[in-house]
Ligand binder design. Structure first.
Ligand SMILES: CC(C)(COP(=O)(O)OP(=O)(O)OC[C@H]1O[C@@H](n2cnc3c(N)ncnc32)[C@H](O)[C@@H]1OP(=O)(O)O)[C@@H](O)C(=O)NCCC(=O)NCCS
Length: 194
């Protein structure tokens, strides 16, 4: 299967592969301790950001080599964050989704818009069965984002991962291909008569 046609355009955003010139912005995102608080990455220094970016420029196809789709969220030529889709080992046609925004660009719906487009690729292009998000239970903004994306909260695993010197609870949110509305279906399922 060929990779998806890139970049992907949404109403306000362009989702495009990472480029070497993204280094400064990538470092502003993943060098920020607040951004990294609830994720198993960072905060990076410049050398680490260079290493990570070198890997990210190759992440252009979920089914390719190295088997990840990582895209920059680009707003009018400015990197405002990134999203990623990668396989869950041992679970066929199941992917994990992740996201991060530049701290100056939260609160505008950019993560939701980008993640929706990535879910469209996951189900419509790659034909996946299930997409999950593992969210630190303290990461309220990510939990809310999952809900807006139609991902269901399937459970909370107590003290199930060791992160930054403490045991942390994490939530599993997931959406199945069958959960998604059929193309052309009405948005409302209200049965009230006029
Ligand atoms: C998780 C994260 C991406 C969420 O960011 P966010 O800004 O809350 O999410 P969105 O971009 O979807 O924006 C939604 C907010 O924008 C508001 N908004 C404003 N204009 C909007 C518009 N036109 N469309 C949609 N939402 C809009 C929404 O009301 C919502 O705000 P609220 O939650 O206060 O009601 C961000 O907090 C982050 O990068 N965290 C660090 C990285 C991280 O933890 N990643 C998690 C990996 S699991």
């Amino acid at each position: 299967m060929a990779g998806p046609a890139l970049p992907v355009r949404t109403a306000r955003l362009l989702l495009r592969p990472h480029r070497p010139e993204d280094l400064d912005r990538l470092l502003e995102v993943y060098g920020d301790p607040d951004v990294c608080r609830y994720i198993p990455l960072g905060p990076w220094d410049r050398a680490e950001a260079e290493t990570q970016l070198a890997a990210r420029v190759r992440r252009t196809d979920y089914r390719g080599d190295p088997g990840l789709l990582g895209l920059v969220i680009d707003l009018d030529g400015v990197m405002v964050g990134d999203v990623v889709l990668f396989p869950v080992q041992g679970e066929p046609d199941t992917a994990e989704i992740g996201w991060a925004l530049h701290p100056q660009h939260t609160g505008h719906g950019y993560a939701e818009e980008a993640a929706r487009a990535l879910l469209d690729l996951a189900f419509d292009h790659y034909g996946l069965h299930r997409v999950v998000a593992h969210v630190d239970a303290r990461n309220v903004r990510s939990s809310r984002l999952c809900a807006r994306l139609g991902m269901r909260l399937e459970g909370r695993h107590r003290q199930a991962h060791w992160a930054r010197g403490e045991w942390c609870d994490f939530e599993v949110h997931a959406v199945l291909a069958q959960d998604r509305p059929a193309e052309g279906a009405p948005c409302s399922t209200s049965s009230s008569s006029p």
